[in-house]
Design a protein around this ligand. Structure first.
Ligand SMILES: [Zn+2]
Length: 246
């Protein structure tokens, strides 16, 4: 009997699960390294992913997710709500809670300032439909400015030239350093307290000298940034929270 006769049709991208009147979309991934079926709910984004070994048939996969409907619901209930960039939302900016205020429909500069009572706000103007984009652009701009300043400071200490710096919305890493010395960071670091952004800059600049995570590398990072441990702890504890915003 040839197994080729039983070749599977391609998997769907998602499986639908119904539970107590709710409907969940479960992303399907096959991995040749998977030994068993695993189901995961991202605590940052609420994404549900089912990982399957190559040999597992789709029917078994369906039964597995159907049997885990209440488990998925319980996990999703613990995922923090997303906070949109809109009038009235409270978001952290350099580690300090700021309220987004759409104060005028006349176009002007987005700025971090204070309301008449002295409370920190991010004041946005222009059409209401553009508030989210303008807040995001403001945060990216501020992130780039703080990162460029920190990178310059640390490259001066190490005596290495400053390289190209990009600011993006990275999902898995806060920063990276390419073999060519290009530094890349998540704009979301501007939401964290300044010592965290500062540490990330020190970490990536140190890679310009040590392209590894050896003891020598870590000694270098510590010499540049005395708050390394504290920043690593902060990211471990609160890092995923930063993905809730926007
Ligand atoms: Zn590194």
């Amino acid at each position: 009997m040839g197994f080729a006769l039983f070749r599977r049709s391609p998997d769907p991208a998602h499986l639908d699960v119904r539970h107590a009147g709710q409907r969940f979309k479960v992303a399907l991934r096959r991995r040749n390294t998977a030994r068993r079926i695993t189901l995961r709910v991202s605590s940052a984004t609420g994404e549900i992913v089912l990982t399957l070994p190559l040999r597992t048939d789709l029917e078994t996969a369906k039964q597995f997710v159907d049997a885990h409907g209440s488990w998925i619901a319980a996990r999703l209930a613990r995922v923090p709500q997303r906070i949109a960039f809109e009038d009235g939302s409270i978001i952290p900016f350099r580690g300090v809670p700021h309220r987004i205020v759409h104060w005028s429909s006349v176009r002007g500069v987005t700025a971090a300032t204070q309301d008449p009572h002295g409370a920190p706000v991010i004041a946005v103007s222009g059409e209401a439909a553009h508030v989210a984009r303008r807040v995001r652009e403001f945060l990216e701009r501020e992130a780039r400015r703080d990162l460029a300043e920190a990178v310059l400071r640390y490259t001066a200490v190490l005596g290495v030239p400053a390289r190209r710096l990009t600011v993006r919305d990275t999902k898995s890493r806060w920063g990276s350093c390419s073999a060519k010395g290009c530094l890349s960071f998540s704009w979301r670091l501007i939401l964290a307290p300044p010592f965290v952004l500062d540490y990330l800059a020190a970490h990536e600049v140190a890679h310009l000298k040590e392209m590894n995570h050896s003891h020598r590398f870590w000694r270098l990072v510590h010499s540049l940034c005395p708050r390394t441990e504290e920043a690593e702890r902060w990211l471990k504890r609160y890092g995923t929270e930063l993905h809730r915003f926007g």
